[in-house]
Design a protein around this ligand. Structure first.
Ligand SMILES: C[S@@+](CC[C@H](N)C(=O)[O-])C[C@H]1O[C@@H](n2cnc3c(N)ncnc32)[C@H](O)[C@@H]1O
Length: 233
């Protein structure tokens, strides 16, 4: 049997997340998100105090504490998200924590232009919610400084026969909740463009984080042929 995913429009995705913004913590628990996953994903960016980091699809800000801790008070954390409801909660978190160096923007990740080169970029549980993920990855790569790192962290189908069993339920669940396409393999996209690539799996392969480094000799977008990414899909 062949399964298919139907992509959604950005307005529909934003509306869905506006509606479920209050339930994100609950989803983490119901989907058994490994407690160490967010910390580990951020740590693998190898950020230093003073660095500049962006979280794409930052949502309610559940990764921001780890990114903010890594860059410290002298660094800068940028977050971008489509959903005003999700961002409202992230902004409340920043106010509570009195973080003055976290800047959040509501727009499509593809339209977001950072005002400076970035040392690290995180896609936290959002890559497969973006139908245009390859364009967003290319765009992000262009704004990553040479030697910088990208992390993609998300859920995935477990290895082996478990994948076939989990797929119909995964498709149904994602369609009615977080809108993450379980059929794509984001780690292949990152591996195809990165100079160095690493991946770690958690909970029998049902969660992962993967990191890619941009070559220190890279000079930007011209080093990322579109065919490389298309071949990865
Ligand atoms: C499952 S939530 C993850 C939130 C957060 N990163 C976390 O780890 O808890 C996915 C987020 O991606 C955002 N998103 C989806 N498509 C987007 C796009 N094209 N541009 C920016 N944000 C997007 C959604 O609004 C949502 O807040």
């Amino acid at each position: 049997m062949t399964y298919q995913w139907v992509d959604c429009e950005p307005a529909f995705i934003a509306q869905r997340y506006d509606r479920i913004a209050g339930l994100i913590g609950l989803f983490d628990r119901l989907l058994f998100l490994p407690p160490q996953l967010r910390r580990r994903a951020a740590a693998g960016l190898r950020l230093n105090p003073g660095d500049r980091v962006l979280e794409i699809g930052c949502g309610t800000g559940r990764n921001l504490p780890f990114l903010r801790a890594a860059v410290g008070a002298t660094g800068k954390v940028y977050g971008v998200d489509l959903s005003s409801g999700m961002l409202r909660r992230a902004r409340a978190l920043c106010r509570r924590e009195q973080w003055e160096n976290v800047e959040l923007t509501q727009c499509d990740a593809l339209e977001y232009i950072p005002c400076e080169p970035l040392d690290g970029i995180m896609f936290g549980l959002c890559y497969n919610t973006m139908p245009h993920h390859l364009d967003v990855l290319r765009h992000a790569w262009k704004h990553l400084r040479p030697g910088g790192r990208i992390v993609i962290m998300d859920g995935k189908l477990p290895r082996g026969r478990g994948a076939n069993l989990a797929l119909p339920f995964g498709l149904w669940l994602m369609k009615h909740t977080l809108l993450g396409n379980p059929l794509i393999k984001p780690w292949n996209d990152l591996a195809a463009i990165a100079d160095e690539f690493e991946m770690e799996e958690f909970l029998f392969g049902s969660w992962y984080a993967c990191w890619g480094t941009k070559s220190a000799a890279a000079q930007g977008y011209d080093l990322l042929p579109a065919e490389q990414l298309l071949a990865a899909e």
